[in-house]
Write a protein that binds this ligand. Structure first.
Ligand SMILES: Cc1cc2nc3c(=O)[nH]c(=O)nc-3n(C[C@H](O)[C@H](O)[C@H](O)COP(=O)(O)OP(=O)(O)OC[C@H]3O[C@@H](n4cnc5c(N)ncnc54)[C@H](O)[C@@H]3O)c2cc1C
Length: 408
């Protein structure tokens, strides 16, 4: 499971337990006086509709945006974060030939780095440089790419990786806690620990930490919330039991047994044996839901593009069961076509948009589809950064299955 799928599973588990989960919803105004009901104004970025939410406790867990959100409740809140940018580059695995994960020190500056296998690809990362801009605008620049290539070439000299080998890049912002002492600590040496604190405004914050530690961070936050509920609102809460709830998609049987069982299903006859493995490795037990879509409509067993193992059924599944609301959600965040194809999946974007509208009730008119493609193309462009422009345009496109475009 990759990071995005893990995060998605956690959100789905919360939804299944009764939480309201909103994507593309941004808090624009906050008032969180201790001991009183807190209020947040929330805007849906897709429809521009706003609503007001009231709660006993509001937790600010917005990573690199934490200081920004704290200032919605108190414009004078002093900064707590030191944000740094981390960049990865993706190359074809055979270019380096690594079978496993490699951890090494960069010959450029001695920092610890990783070269990680990812299916047919390998990614090299990361950089760690000061960044105080808007997190959504972070992209790889040519210095980042040069540094990663030089570092990888240092331990794989025969590969002699060049910029032309880089298929795509991605950049993220680490929500690190600013060092409290007045010491000159480098970006890389900044602590990865987390902290939970309550601002005088009443907002409860959690920041810093790692994805790896998310469960223990969340458990600590839940304890703080329980204390506030008890002390300020006289409400008691039960014992936390989430550690015993399997995440959605967690199979009850061993992975190999699940693969064997699904290979015996009717829909599997339309696929290759390795396709079932692909589905199980990505979706766990939810692979069954994708096979059910294929049983209902066998044309969904076709691949979106010949060179990658993603099926039309996966695009439908992303919208119906994984909260995908935009082309970017489908092609970059749920499938990884954006990163894995030279053109970022633009050749298939229009057909995917048309198909999901027909199959899922997403109500995109022709103008909406154009806007979706345009904004997706802009995102693809940012994942290429200073590299070559993304390949074939959206006009040279694959067709979706019901229009004769099935290529599986
Ligand atoms: C390059 C890189 C490599 C990393 N490698 C590792 C690693 O190997 N292992 C590891 O454990 N960790 C790693 N991390 C760290 C890890 O990714 C982060 O610690 C983790 O993602 C932080 O999660 P978060 O939920 O706090 O923040 P985020 O994942 O950034 O989520 C914050 C959310 O808040 C939302 N938000 C922002 N403003 C608002 C608002 N006004 N209203 C509502 N929502 C809002 C954003 O849309 C976003 O969805 C890495 C980070 C980077 C950048």
């Amino acid at each position: 499971v990759d990071d995005a799928r893990l995060t998605l599973s956690v959100a789905r588990a919360a939804h299944e337990s009764g939480a309201t989960v909103l994507t593309y919803a941004a808090v624009t105004h906050l008032c969180a006086t201790p001991g009183k009901l807190a209020v947040a104004d929330v805007v849906d970025r897709l429809s521009d509709r706003t609503c007001r939410v009231q709660a006993c406790v509001i937790v600010n867990a917005t990573g690199p945006w934490s200081d920004h959100v704290r200032r919605l409740a108190d414009p004078k809140a002093p900064p707590r974060l030191r944000t740094t940018k981390g960049v990865h580059i993706l190359v074809r695995r055979e270019r380096l030939g690594n079978r496993g994960a490699v951890i090494f020190r960069s010959g450029v500056d001695g920092r610890v780095m990783f070269i990680l296998p990812w299916g047919e690809f390998t990614y090299v990362g990361t950089t760690d440089t000061e960044y105080d801009g808007n997190p959504v605008e972070a992209t790889a620049d040519s210095r980042d790419i040069r540094y990663l290539l030089d570092s990888a070439n240092g331990i794989f000299p025969d590969a002699a990786l060049q910029e032309e080998d880089v298929i795509s890049t991605w950049a993220g912002i680490r929500p690190l806690l600013a060092p409290t002492a007045l010491t000159d600590v480098s970006a890389s040496a900044t602590s990865r620990e987390h902290a939970i604190w309550r601002d005088p405004s009443g907002l409860l914050n959690v920041a810093g930490g790692k994805l790896t530690t998310f469960r223990s961070m969340a458990a600590e936050v839940a304890d703080h919330v329980a204390t506030i509920l008890r002390q300020e609102f006289g409400r008691s809460s039960g014992t936390c039991f989430t550690e015993f709830i399997p995440l959605p998609g967690a199979p009850e049987e061993a992975e190999e047994a699940l693969i064997d069982r699904l290979r015996g299903t009717e829909a599997a006859l339309l696929l290759k044996a390795s396709d079932i493995e692909h589905l199980v490795r990505r979706y766990g037990a939810d692979a069954e839901a994708i096979l059910a879509l294929i049983s209902e409509n066998p044309s969904l067993a076709g691949r979106l593009v010949e060179e990658r193992p993603y099926f039309w059924a996966e695009a439908i599944h992303a919208v119906r069961h994984e909260m995908a609301m935009t082309l970017d959600d489908i092609l970059r965040r749920r499938l990884h076509l954006c990163y894995e194809l030279n053109d970022g999946g633009l050749s298939v974007a229009r057909s995917v948009a048309e198909l999901v509208c027909e199959e899922t009730g997403l109500e995109w008119g022709l103008d909406d589809i154009e806007r979706q493609i345009e904004s997706y193309a802009a995102i693809v462009h940012t994942t290429r950064g200073p590299l070559r422009p993304a390949g074939p345009s959206a006009t040279q496109r694959h067709q979706h299955p019901d229009k004769g475009g099935r290529n599986g």
